[in-house]
Design a protein around this ligand. Structure first.
Ligand SMILES: [Zn+2]
Length: 105
């Protein structure tokens, strides 16, 4: 996993963001966050990235209308639910099936 540590991306208040397979981080990442981002890389690769961001945006807006709360909307995006629920499981990506995020819709 390629991690670019810097002070610009992501904006203050966030720890890390994965853009087209590269992880941008404001500080050194712990194993849990690395696993979280690795799950997003797997999701992004199988969605050819463009569809990952499209679906991410559409689902965030849908959840925002549903919950009327930005944070709650974010945590309920299926990509995030899959990543948060499995980030402590270091074996998760070994056994993960393609498009597993669909189970978290
Ligand atoms: Zn995430």
């Amino acid at each position: 996993m390629r991690i670019v540590q810097n002070k610009l991306i992501p904006p203050k208040g966030f720890i890390a963001i994965t853009l087209f397979g590269i992880v941008f981080a404001r500080k050194e990442l712990n194993e849990t966050t690395k696993n979280h981002e690795a799950i997003h890389i797997r999701q992004g690769n199988e969605m050819l990235w463009i569809f990952f961001y499209l679906w991410y945006g559409i689902e965030w807006l849908t959840r925002l209308m549903q919950y009327r709360d930005k944070t709650k909307a974010y945590y309920n995006i299926s990509f995030e639910r899959e990543a948060y629920i499995n980030q402590l499981n270091t074996q998760y990506l070994i056994k993960r099936m393609l498009f597993s995020w669909i189970k978290y819709l």
